[in-house]
Design a protein around this ligand. Sequence first.
Ligand code: MG
Length: 158
Amino acid sequence: MVRIGLGRDLHRLVSGRRFLLGGVELPSPVGEQGHSDGDVLVHALIDALLGAAGLGDIGELFPPSDATWQDADSLHLLAIAFDKVKAAGWSVVNIDAVVTCEAPKLLPHRAAIRASVAATLELPIDAVFVKGKTNEGCDSLGKGHAVEALVVCLLERA
Ligand code: MG
């Protein structure tokens, strides 16, 4: 059996924060605001995995009201979610993602982002892909006020 999952997240971009995608820090004068480290790609990925397995969502697993997750490393949250997905008998087939922001450019960091996510999910690098898009200057994303991630994943269970 296979199942598909979809995740989406958006974080405001503010000064004094790191700009993290898939656990990789990109050079940027602004970064993601958030209760945890704000890694928008990892948050969308967690929702895609949990959704595909029918195991809830990131807000249920890691409530912002819980001080445990203050400034949490999102890759650590991903590892916890992945453990739950594996415990339910699922393995990940592939991940595909789109990150939208005006800056910084994702492409120079794509290989590192893919490698980081693949390592956390015990996948070969070619099973993880991510594209960077701009919003052509439109709306909050285009004005540089926020970054958005969309992620789909495929799970299979024997
Ligand atoms: Mg988030």
